[in-house]
Design a protein around this ligand. Sequence first.
Ligand code: GLN
Length: 478
Amino acid sequence: MFRYSTIKDYHTALQNGQTTCVEAVRCYLETIRAKQHLNAFLEVYETEALEQASALDLRRNANDELSLLHGVVVGLKDVISYKGHHLSAASQILGNFTAVYNATVVDKLLAAGAIIIGRQNCDEFAMGSSNENSAFGTVKNSLDETRVPGGSSGGSAVSIKAGMCMISLGSDTGGSVRQPADFCGVVGVKPTYGRISRYGLIAYASSFDQIGIFTNSVEDAALVLEVISGPDDFDSTVSQQEIPAYSKELEAPGKKYRIAYFKESLENPALDPAIRAGIEAFIEKLTGLGHEVKSVDFELLEHVVPTYYVLTTAEASSNLSRFDGVKFGYRAEIADGDLTELYKASRSQGFGKEVQRRIMLGTFVLSAGYFDAYFTKAQQVRQLLCNRTKEIFTDFDAIISPTVPSPAFKIGEKSSDPVEMFLADIYTVFANLVGIPGISIPLFKHPNGMPFGLQVMTSHFNELPLLRLSKEFMLIAD
Ligand code: GLN
């Protein structure tokens, strides 16, 4: 019987003849079918995945060294381009659009032997924190179906928790990988801005967006990161820095770290008391183990959410202007041939409420009369955040915080109050504003039975210590 724990164990089982890729894919297809009501997948590539699996099984000989992701079953958030497959960003405006090229990450996954099983539901254009903004319906949290899975990559997180695939790729502009990972009790990592190519990722806010990874274990995350990172001729923002063999260098026994946490994070009145208590107890444990854990002042914390929403909506209003009813996707029927009317009708019918709100907000902050008051000022705050972060990392190896101020909330609980929803991002948007890597690891259980995570962040391109620390933290918490 096929049972999944890690890619490493799966590969051993394949080599020993205890399982096959076809058996693995069948098992996931069955689970996806049985849990269809969670609405995690928008489309499943059943025949194709089975064909890919059987081709891999035929090619494999006993004792072969397997390619890094041989037979690994992957789900893709519906913002990542997979040639010949529909791509909708969970929006009506893309209509029946079919991707015409592969995202670089898709090319890399396939070259490493991965099997792509389907595309996963998310908030429309990755805008949201609860997956309630999808044009194709809300995703349910598999641990409590009355609760949200988080967003925007909710389908990708649920797929991992509910056993619908081995790994998922999502995107994280302000927390969309780490926050749903926290709500669903899985690992979610957002690497440094510029570690992974964004070519073929539908843009939300280009100076924030980064592809991220959902897994059950830090080991799997390390391996996948190793495969999909690296320079790309199609994305000049990707760093040329060398990619360490993360998966082989995860062990760092006995190493002691200097770890900071922001005083303002733990004292935030919006923070759930049980989450605060969990993190404080963990900090004591770390100190007891010889790590140096210190509180630092971070007065700028109250500005991160407004700064994030000014800058990302500005970038989104520009990025989303290409969806105009002319070039591709949905086109409204209009009575006369007026082009402006066509734009208006197509965009008002094709975009959902939240996306329209952000396009309008972004257009407003970029408008001549308000540009300096909002956009320029937010850019200045972003610079201050970067400076302060740099300072902190001269004294510390890592920063820890809660990932989200509350555990997964009920479906409908926050959907009528956008500001309250935005505030759920207070701990995650910081890493995107300054471009550093962050991970959410599922360490804790709330008294209400739901999981919650610890967020760990390190300085730019220091994913290796990030993963090492996370692995160690998972062991300590066990
Ligand atoms: N919740 C945040 C937002 O709505 C983050 C989204 C994301 O990371 N894509 O903007």
